[in-house]
Design a protein around this ligand. Structure first.
Ligand code: SF4
Length: 102
């Protein structure tokens, strides 16, 4: 069987031009238990790095496509990305209850 890695490599080449390349991931991901103003401030610092990043669009698109659940990607926090994604479908039982008016 013959396979090619080229399409996979092309998907990730943009990361070589990332402003965050070589930085600690702690700038973009919350440590366990981080909340409130501490979290908002860390996310804001991460966003300021992303603003000047030449691959911000590719990064944001990849995070949305992959459904990244954690961290700041493409200048967007987890919460901001969640606001752009369609809501998960309600379980069939919940849909059925709405249809019958329960
Ligand atoms: S947009 Fe932000 S997280 Fe994405 S590659 Fe650039 S600096 Fe890194």
């Amino acid at each position: 069987m013959r396979t090619s890695l080229k399409p996979l490599l092309a998907d990730w080449e943009w990361q070589a031009r990332a402003s965050c390349r070589g930085m600690s991931s702690s700038a973009f991901f919350s440590p366990s238990g981080e909340r409130g103003s501490r979290r908002r401030e860390r996310e804001e610092r991460a966003r300021r790095i992303c603003v000047g990043c030449e691959v911000v669009d590719q990064c944001a698109a990849m995070a949305l496509r992959a459904g990244e659940r954690y961290g700041v990607w493409g200048g967007m926090s987890t919460k901001e990305r969640a606001g752009l994604l369609p809501a998960p479908a309600a379980p069939a039982s919940a849909r059925a209850r709405r249809v019958v008016g329960e």
